[in-house]
Design a protein around this ligand. Structure first.
Ligand SMILES: [Fe+2]
Length: 397
């Protein structure tokens, strides 16, 4: 494809943490890597599903069989990182006198663990005041060693400075950033083979949304473009394979890499209208994050095309569409269709109606207002008024 005429903001900064290691079986290096970080007594942070599936044990075993002491396992984490679980996790960390943490999990686990580590470093026993500050960038203290193994290929949380926390009382998702993320992300596709096809599908849509929104956001720039566009290439090739052939280590590995690339992309450019609308759906209807993104992505893309057709042309090209000879708008429309086709191929047919989302504007008002106040909305390439958000939700039913 001949490179289209795309611009970008003349100023941007680039964050380049953490170190990343990739290999099927890379977990076998965990004890050495922890020692290098000065850790000797790590706590393992995970969830009960990963304990039951034996995935947490695949990492715990490597620590037990080393010279290190496994301080304990904290597994009281449910869907979405929640303030109450975060505070409980920090209390657990202190009660077992851990000096570091190893995280095995998806987005909810990784975000809970980030918050726990911030609490330990900042020496506080309630995360709420920090969560309410949102951007924790000035005067931060050093954090203890933190190694993370993502077990889903979706969130990219292993490489971002962001964490999303559900405030169950206020029914809002708080978005927080802190400059010190994990020291090391270990990408081991063997930890993801037991992920059910449905979860593989919708977490993959989260990664795709990060890449598409990252490349088309108002904060888009060339470094993020390179990362996001390659994530899209990998996702379009390997997500259908990972869904249909769960034991395929090549597909699982390339999805983990894609998710990490997409995380690095949006971690610097932010996202847009899909994430803003999806966060509100998660807070009000409990729709899993990746699924909410998967539902909203083609609808928001179709709305955005007229403002960023050249950038969606890049996206279309990365999806494998032969865009040469097309005008940017035609190519951009093909990208929307390609997302719909991918969703069908991986068995994601849900609409908002399946989750009881009303078509009554009065009922939807609260969710529209929450989406309109979401920090990600300002990065959407096309301006979104509340009436626009309402019509997007209605189209996604
Ligand atoms: Fe996301």
């Amino acid at each position: 494809m001949k490179y289209p005429d795309v611009g970008f903001e003349s100023f941007f900064t680039w964050m380049n943490r953490p170190r990343i290691m990739y290999a099927p079986g890379v977990r076998k290096e965990i004890a050495f890597e922890l020692s290098e970080l000065g850790a000797s007594k790590p706590v393992l942070v995970t969830d009960k599903g990963l304990i039951a599936a034996g995935v947490a044990e695949m990492v715990a075993r490597e620590i037990r069989e080393s010279d290190l002491e496994l301080a304990g396992i904290f597994d009281n984490i449910v869907q979405d990182a929640r303030l109450e679980n975060i505070n409980e996790g920090a209390e657990f960390y202190r009660s077992v006198a851990a000096d570091s943490m190893v995280v095995v999990g998806g987005g909810s686990v990784m975000d809970t663990a980030k918050a726990i580590n911030i609490m330990i470093g900042e020496d506080v026993d309630d995360f709420r005041p920090l969560a309410e500050q949102a951007a924790l960038w000035s005067g931060v203290k050093a954090l203890p060693p933190h190694v993370v193994f993502p077990t889903t290929a979706g969130t990219g949380s292993e490489v971002t400075t962001a964490l999303v926390v559900l405030d169950t009382e206020a029914r809002v998702k708080l978005q927080i950033t802190h400059p010190i993320n994990a020291d090391l992300a270990m990408l081991d596709p063997e930890l993801t083979v037991s992920l059910p096809p449905k979860v593989t599908a919708f977490t993959g849509m989260d990664a795709l949304t990060h890449a598409v929104e990252g490349v088309t956001s108002t904060g888009a720039e060339p470094i993020a473009d390179a990362l996001g566009l390659h994530a899209i290439r990998l996702i379009f090739k390997y997500l259908p394979i990972a869904v249909k052939d769960p034991d395929n280590i090549t597909a699982r590995g390339c999805m983990l890499i894609a998710s990490t690339l997409a995380g690095m992309c949006f971690g610097n450019t932010m996202t847009g209208g899909v994430h803003a609308t999806a966060h509100a759906l998660g807070a009000h209807y409990g729709i899993p994050h990746g699924l909410a993104n998967g539902i909203m992505l083609p609808v928001v893309m179709a709305y955005n095309l007229e403002e960023a057709a050249e950038r969606y042309m890049l996206v279309a090209d990365a999806m494998g569409i032969a865009v040469d000879g097309m005008d940017p708008m035609e190519a951009a429309q093909c990208a929307v269709q390609a997302v719909k086709d991918l969703k069908e191929e991986i068995g994601l047919s849900e609409t908002l109606k399946d989750f009881g989302v009303s078509d009554d504007p009065a009922v939807l008002r609260e969710t529209v207002e929450l989406a309109a106040s979401d920090s990600q909305i300002s990065y959407n390439p096309r301006y979104l008024e509340e009436d626009d958000l309402l019509s997007l939700y209605l189209k996604a039913r």
